[in-house]
Ligand binder design. Structure first.
Ligand code: PLP
Length: 416
């Protein structure tokens, strides 16, 4: 027990933000599904790179630019190995999960979606995995189909077979919903879709933080995630794509770096991955994925990984038990098997405004999200117009979960 405590306090010392105060209280940061705090290693890398590696990448014949390019490409290699992609050409840097999904929705659909076709999405999708598909569908007169979830927040995998009709040209799944925290059964759906020759994109914005991802094992065709949700910089995203699809898809944006030759009338494009990386990228932010993913590995490997996993499972059990004891509460994402539940807890208490709860919690130093959480159709399907969400990262503790519950109970006493 003492050993676990020591490991966790050592882990927390890597994240300077956790030692700060808010509203005169020690910060208890429970909005990790929105963005994670950065490790000292990432912070030091970024400030160092701004001095020692700050030159534009892939463009120049001088040593400083080579250093910047090497750091950028080293991060690409780190991402490749982190998600076990076969080649560096599979890894495209974007500005975030949103940009990665927009890239596929726009480029794939331009080539392969026509009038009368459909895109299958999930009922628990983030707006980033809904709106880009609507835009693409509207351009050609295609439509959106929705794979539902059941009352506990489990994806209705049994309906996939019947929903995957011949007009469906691509499936956009969510590995873990940012509201429900439930690990979706995407492997089964990918298998069914592939039997029918339909490619699958997976939104891994939350999934990559909480589970080991192997894109070859998962066999998804595209996988999207954001650096800032996994201890890295904001404004950086990753799109993994199978080479065959990426080769067949037209460029998404035009500009510098994505070209081979340009005339006033015609352009030939750079090979992968640069074909999809027009313009100056956030090269320092992207390069910081190397220390960020090393941080993620540190948090999930060896005795540190074992200790944090144990703490995470204890947090999930504790939170589900304590929250369910609150009168008039409705918790979203309550799978029977708690092994499927990641530490993301969204709920409403009847008669209490989620925003009011969040504001009172803030006064107690607890940072949580309230509102629609960019999942309006899902929140509306619960008959709600907002919810409160406490989302934990591996550096959060059971003690913080306990403090959160105590503060919530005090807030409810004030508001009820
Ligand atoms: N998908 C999911 C499941 C998310 O949780 C988020 C962000 O909260 C996104 C997509 C969008 O990520 P970003 O804003 O980093 O592009």
């Amino acid at each position: 027990m003492e050993g676990v405590k020591n490991i966790i306090s050592e882990v927390r010392s890597h994240f300077p933000a956790l030692e700060t105060s808010m509203n005169g209280r020690r910060l208890v940061y429970l909005d990790n599904a929105a963005t994670t705090q950065k490790s000292r290693e990432v912070l030091e890398f970024i400030s160092g790179a701004m001095v020692n590696k700050n030159a534009n990448v892939h463009r120049s014949m001088y040593a400083l630019s080579d250093l910047a390019t090497e750091a950028y490409e080293a991060a690409r290699e780190k991402v490749r190995s982190f998600i076990n992609a076969p080649e560096r050409e599979n890894i495209i840097f974007t500005s975030g999960t949103t940009a990665s999904i927009n890239l596929v929705a726009s480029s794939f659909c331009q080539a392969f979606l026509k009038e009368g076709d459909a895109v299958l999405i999930e009922a628990d999708s983030h707006h980033s995995n809904i709106v880009p598909w609507q835009l693409a569908a509207q351009r050609v007169g295609a439509f959106i189909k929705v794979l539902p979830i059941d009352g506990s927040g489990n994806l209705c995998t049994n309906l996939a077979e019947s929903l995957l009709t011949p007009e469906v040209k691509i499936v956009a799944l969510t590995q873990v919903s940012n509201v429900l925290g439930v690990e979706n059964t995407i492997a089964e759906i990918i298998k069914i879709a592939h039997k029918k020759g339909i490619p699958v994109l997976v939104d891994g914005a939350q999934g990559v933080v909480h589970s080991e991802v192997d894109v070859q094992k998962m066999d998804c065709d595209f996988y999207a995630f954001s650096a800032h949700k996994i201890y890295g910089a904001t404004g950086v995203g990753i799109l993994y794509g199978k080479r065959d699809w990426l080769e067949k898809m037209p460029p998404y944006m035009g500009g510098g770096d994505m070209v081979e030759t340009v005339t006033y009338q015609k352009t030939t494009y750079a090979p992968l991955p640069l074909k999809f990386e027009a313009g100056t990228p956030n090269f320092t932010g992207a390069a910081s994925l190397l220390p960020a993913l090393e941080t993620a590995e540190y948090l999930r490997r060896g005795e540190v990984g074992d200790a944090l996993k144990k703490e995470e499972r204890a947090i999930v059990s504790f939170m589900m038990e304590k929250l369910s004891q609150i009168p008039d509460i409705e918790i979203y994402g309550t799978p029977e098997n708690l092994e499927k539940k990641h530490p993301i807890f969204s709920f409403n208490v009847k008669g209490v405004n989620a925003g009011d709860m969040a504001q009172i919690l803030d006064k107690m130093g607890v940072a949580v999200r309230s509102g629609l959480m960019c999942a309006e159709p899902l929140i509306n399907s619960f008959g709600a117009t907002s919810a409160l969400r406490a989302s934990f990262a591996p550096y959060n503790t059971l003690e913080e979960a306990d403090y959160f519950v105590q503060c919530l109970q005090r807030a409810l006493q004030m508001l009820k």
